[in-house]
Design a protein. Structure first.
Length: 379
């Protein structure tokens, strides 16, 4: 707009400096999917002065607890928008990570010093993380259009044409597919999602319980026959138990005094990643681009990181390298999660012996404890 200038501070520079730049109309952007990935992209774009349209096929916000662990990298990403303050206030501070062999504690690692900015990870049910993101989006004047499903997508070199709820053509400069593991954006553009589906059934239980002595710890129990169970706090006296068996509560070898069972279910796991996160003017992020087991609690965090990088690149109008950078980050996270899953669920007596010896050594050697804390918090 001729004659109008925008006074802005580069939000990515550590040295504060002011840029005087002509005020332009920002790109016309659609974000498909309002899970943690799409919401982070919408919040970050809005923070940078670009107002996207964000849609979700759900009628209303989710009430499912799904992802619990919020890692330091996500806390740093969501700090400038004020979301982190909310997450830290509402969530449980996970200050320890511990491994049991059956009922026997092998190692308890203090996470303090594992990350330069944070001595803990936050545990909070995913629906409450999404609520905090939706509230931040509102503060920037945005909102999610619920009940709006992306049903068609095609593109040429200048625009992306989208249909919502089988309605008329709508044109956008760029589209972000943050529409989860069964992404319509990905499938309609013919982008492959190579990988494997694990054969076993996993189980999950969200319960109220009393007298659990490890409220501020992420707890992993290795069991005979290559099975395992994880416990993490959701809030005061409420816990999530996950296992690679069909009954998480039955698999847990430690005493958990359950007073109420809120949600129990079973699920299967796929380990997949797209090769390309970009096709023309359309981009993928979050579970639409990668999925893996809950081991390490990284899935949601990886989506948040994808979204933040995509928003920054949109602001800077520089998408070169987005696909490669996110593919590398995704591959590293999947490798870490798979190492943990395979080690903890190994049936090999040698691997079990190595875990026991390593755990004993870690207990005795503080630098090794710090190294483990760094791996847990920082990847
Ligand atoms: C039991 C369980 C436990 C987990 N625990 C953890 C954990 O501890 N830590 C962790 O980091 N991760 C965990 N995860 C993984 C985590 O939940 C996902 O990685 C995360 O939800 C991915 O976010 P997303 O926004 O990419 O996708 P989603 O959360 O799946 O969001 C996608 C959104 O897109 C919408 N949508 C789909 N299709 C369309 C369409 N055509 N048009 C419009 N909207 C559409 C959906 O309604 C949905 O709201 C867990 C997952 C499960 C199932």
């Amino acid at each position: 707009m001729a004659g109008l200038f925008l006074l802005t501070i580069n939000p990515f520079s550590k040295n504060v400096f002011i840029i005087l730049k002509p005020m332009e109309k920002g790109p016309n952007i659609l974000i498909a999917g309002a899970g943690p990935t799409g919401l982070t992209a919408a919040v970050e774009l809005s923070r940078l002065g670009i107002s996207p349209k964000i849609i979700d096929r759900k009628k209303e916000p989710s009430v499912l607890s799904r992802a619990v662990g919020i890692m330091p990298a996500s806390l740093n990403i969501l700090k400038p928008s004020g979301v982190t303050d909310h997450l830290v206030k509402e969530g449980v501070k996970m200050k320890f990570a511990q491994i049991f062999k059956g009922e026997r504690l092998l190692v308890r690692i203090a996470l303090e010093g594992g990350h330069p900015d944070w001595d803990y990870a936050i545990a909070l049910p995913q629906d409450r993380t999404e609520k905090a993101l939706i509230e931040a989006l509102k503060r920037y004047g945005g909102s999610v259009e619920f009940g709006s499903e992306l049903t068609g997508i095609r593109q040429d070199s200048e625009k992306v044409i989208v249909n919502i709820n089988n309605g008329p053509d709508e044109e956008y400069d760029y589209v972000l597919g943050a529409d989860g593991i069964h992404s319509a954006v990905r499938t309609q553009l013919g982008i492959e999602y190579p990988g494997i589906d694990l054969p076993e059934t996993w189980s999950i239980a969200d319960v109220d319980a009393v007298n659990w002595p490890y409220h501020d710890a992420g707890t992993i129990c290795t069991l005979p026959d290559g099975n395992m169970a994880f416990v993490v706090a959701l809030e005061e006296n409420r816990y999530r138990v996950i296992s690679n068996t069909e009954d998480a509560l039955a698999a847990l070898p430690l005493k958990l005094d359950v007073t109420t069972r809120h949600r129990e279910g079973q699920f299967t796991i796929s380990i997949r990643q797209v090769n390309e996160y970009q096709k023309g003017r359309v981009f993928l992020a979050g579970d639409a681009a990668h999925c893996h087991s809950p081991a390490g609690g990284r899935g949601m965090n990886l989506g948040i990181a994808d979204a933040a990088e995509w928003a920054r690149r949109t602001y800077e109008n520089d998408f070169v390298g987005y696909s490669q950078s996110r593919h590398e980050a995704g591959a590293a996270t999947i490798a870490l999660s798979e190492r943990l899953r395979k080690t903890m669920s190994s049936k090999s007596l040698i691997t079990k012996l190595i875990i026991t010896v390593l755990a004993t050594t870690i207990n005795l050697v503080p630098p090794l404890q710090r190294r483990m804390a760094k791996t847990f918090l920082d990847g």
